[in-house]
Design a protein around this ligand. Structure first.
Ligand code: PDD
Length: 293
């Protein structure tokens, strides 16, 4: 595996990046994380990701042992180990830390901090030009009163089971419903429905991750003058959609061509989806540093 990893202050190659089996991230999945990517080697929307990391940590009463400036500097130092890499994938993880087998947080006074930096592997360009296939899976998104999806936690079994169900059915991504049978989100993405010129996505109250790309796309869609916003959506809305797309850090805006084997409208990426993708990429170019020569 090609990666450099910051583990509690020390930067190591992937093979030497280890953490104790008594870390409560390993034992109990107690921790939070962020996935970011760079454009022109600068982490995109870093401030928004760090704000969400803090909100996730607060929801599990996990104190973060760094300022935004400090963790930003640690990310930069880790990336600087490999100036030869182009764009990078960055995953920041903070766990409850190492301690005895107990749920009492007093046994783990020091959180563990890990930053994984890898060369960015993008989805094939045809997933943008042709769209991807999704499956509406049986695994329901966690109930907000059980394990709140607002928290971007390291406890990803719900997401992994949903994704594996989709892969077994030949799809690229799962669409997950909530406990009430309403549309929630993908296993690693948020979902949007385009209908009669409006651009809609389920509300946070449906139980889903407040995606950074979701928020960014809602802003772009409003700027472009499309009606829409947050609305409760059902599997029927998915079946009747004019267009459907996914959003996520590494997938930007990805058109959906098929749901459970059935084409979405014509089965080709929709006009509004592609217009939003173009706007997204134009805004990225405005926000990213000047290209290196
Ligand atoms: N996944 N919903 C879920 C459940 C996710 O895990 C993610 C992100 C998203 C999209 O959020 P954002 O736009 O902030 O990337 C929605 C990341 C990429 C991951 O798990 O690595």
């Amino acid at each position: 595996m090609d990666a450099v990893v910051f583990v509690n202050g020390t930067i190591r190659p992937a093979a030497d990046a280890v953490i104790s089996v008594f870390d409560h991230g390993f034992l109990y999945g107690e921790g939070v994380y962020e996935t970011m990517r760079t454009y022109e080697r600068a982490p995109f929307l870093l401030d928004r990701h760090l704000a969400r990391l803090r909100r996730s940590a607060a929801l599990m009463r996990l104190p973060l042992p760094f300022s935004d400036g400090e963790i930003g500097g640690d990310i930069e130092r880790t990336m600087a180990e490999r100036p030869d890499w182009g764009e990078c994938y960055i995953r920041v993880l903070v766990t409850r830390g190492v301690g005895d087998l107990s749920y009492d947080p007093s046994v783990t006074p020091t959180p563990s901090v890990v930053i994984i930096v890898k060369p960015l592997v993008l989805p094939p360009e045809r997933s943008f030009s042709d769209g991807v296939a999704v499956a509406v899976v049986d695994v329901r998104r966690n109930h907000p009163q059980a394990l709140n999806p607002l928290m971007k936690s390291n406890n990803l079994l719900n997401n992994a089971l949903a994704a594996q169900d989709a892969y077994a059915r030949g799809a690229d991504e799962a669409l997950m419903l909530n406990h009430a049978g309403e549309l929630a989100e993908g296993s690693q993405t948020n979902v949007f429905v385009v209908k009669d010129g409006g651009v809609w996505t389920p509300p946070l109250s449906a139980g889903l991750l407040p995606g950074i790309t979701r928020e960014f796309v809602l802003e772009l869609a409003a700027e472009a003058g499309y009606p829409g916003g947050e609305r409760t959506l059902t599997p029927e809305d998915v079946a009747r959609a004019d267009e459907l797309f996914l959003t996520g850090t590494t997938r930007e805006i990805t058109p959906v061509a098929r749901v459970d084997g059935t084409p979405v409208a014509s089965g080709r990426p929709g006009r509004i989806t592609l217009a939003l993708l173009e706007r997204f990429r134009a805004r990225v170019r405005e926000l990213a540093p000047e290209p290196r020569v």
